[in-house]
Design a protein around this ligand. Structure first.
Ligand SMILES: NC(=O)c1ccc[n+]([C@@H]2O[C@H](COP(=O)([O-])OP(=O)(O)OC[C@H]3O[C@@H](n4cnc5c(N)ncnc54)[C@H](OP(=O)(O)O)[C@@H]3O)[C@@H](O)[C@H]2O)c1
Length: 354
């Protein structure tokens, strides 16, 4: 079975990663790739790494009026568009029977009120929020089967949730005191240079941003509360670091009872041993998860550490923001929704050295 796929917003970083991974997906033919700026140009005009792939395919312009002509050529649309843009296209695509995998935040939150609080706008399609499935297989695998609208998680949120999932699921920590420290590379900000992400400003940087309340906290709290079956309180401080790719989440919290390392390890093993893209890092060098060893892949490396003196436990997760934090996870969720083996096109080992 071949699925005809459109990548809307295909000239950006997550669009480029979707194209890189989908190029070898056995059940996918990419038939439409959009960009307003590069309309008419071949794919490798922007994505030099994809030279030799996608011969004959060119960027197509995207606007609401022209959408009708595009949808005839696709069965599934991956939306790699900015927040607030995806939500203009999604209802129209769903209406004509095109499945949507949205990489933006436009359908991640279930409660419409949260959009006012965290994104500063009133969500125009609250009915679709209840239909969207949060695209994290480790939590929503069953709901993803047959899903028509997948809201792919944010990269900081993905790392944070995976770092904490075994601890929250088994309620061994104080669910009201969770502080997540996130380090993230510059590609998280997209391909459009801004003062904070422009290379001369960013190179060598190590600085916190949005430290008073990062938007991804909303989805972390939403998903962990769902897992716990009760409200979870969490806060996050992301830091820009000098690498291009990678997210490391160090989620600090406190144990409710004394658990030794073997008992904690058992919780991580029970949660993740059947997960095809989560690896537990324990004991062997480099000791703790490091994004350096997942770059280019859909793997998340996870672990934990306890400071017994104060009962503090830290859950760690390292991902590539553009793969498990974006394009890879979106394809994994797409595979599940289509009834494919969820690893199709994604069994790629990380690069080393990078
Ligand atoms: N970067 C990450 O690590 C990451 C991780 C997870 C999720 N995400 C989310 O994924 C989405 C894409 O991120 P990105 O980093 O790939 O951004 P990006 O590099 O800036 O790419 C954005 C894409 O959208 C197109 N676009 C921009 N404005 C548009 C508009 N008004 N109408 C139609 N097309 C428009 C752009 O091409 P043209 O301007 O040429 O049309 C480009 O192809 C965002 O919602 C982001 O939050 C990003």
């Amino acid at each position: 079975m071949t699925v005809r796929v459109g990548v809307l917003g295909g000239s950006g970083y997550t669009g480029g990663e979707l194209l890189r991974l989908l190029a070898l997906h056995p059940n996918v033919e990419v038939t439409v790739v959009t960009s307003r700026e590069y309309a008419g140009k071949p794919i490798h005009f922007v994505h030099f790494n994809l030279r030799g792939f996608y011969r004959g395919l060119r960027f197509t312009s995207l606007d609401l009026d022209g959408l009708g002509r595009l949808v005839e050529r696709i069965d599934v649309a991956f939306l790699a568009l900015p927040h607030g843009v995806s939500l203009n296209y999604t209802p129209r695509l769903l209406e004509v029977g095109v499945r949507v995998v949205d990489l933006s935040a436009d359908f991640r939150l279930r409660n419409p009120e949260d959009y006012k609080v965290w994104y500063g706008f009133e969500h125009p399609y609250p009915d679709l929020l209840s239909k969207a499935v949060y695209g994290m297989p480790e939590i929503h695998r069953e709901e993803l089967r047959g899903a028509k609208l997948i809201a792919s998680p944010g990269c900081n949120a993905t790392a944070s949730i995976l770092a904490l999932l075994p601890l929250v699921k088994n309620t061994v920590i104080d669910l009201e005191r969770i502080v997540i420290d996130v380090k993230v590379g510059s590609s998280e900000r997209g391909s459009n240079p801004a003062p904070g992400s422009h290379h001369p400003e960013r190179e060598g940087a190590m600085r916190p941003y949005e430290a008073e309340g990062h938007r991804h906290v909303a989805e972390v709290v939403q998903e962990l509360s769902l897992v716990a079956g009760k409200p979870v309180r969490a806060s996050m401080v992301p830091h820009s670091v000098s690498s291009i790719r990678g997210v490391l989440a160090s989620a600090h919290t406190w144990l409710l009872r004394d658990l030794d390392d073997m008992e904690l390890l058992k919780l991580y093993v029970e949660t993740y041993s059947k997960e095809p893209f989560v690896r537990i890092v324990r004991g062997l060098p480099p000791g703790y998860p490091d994004p350096k060893y997942v770059i280019g892949s859909n793997f998340a490396d996870v672990s934990f550490a306890v400071e017994r003196r104060v009962s503090r436990v830290t859950g760690f997760a390292a991902i590539d923001n553009l793969v498990k934090g974006a394009a890879g996870q979106a394809i994994q969720a797409f595979n599940i929704s289509m009834g494919f083996d969820e690893t199709l096109g994604l069994r790629i080992p990380p690069l080393k050295p990078v």
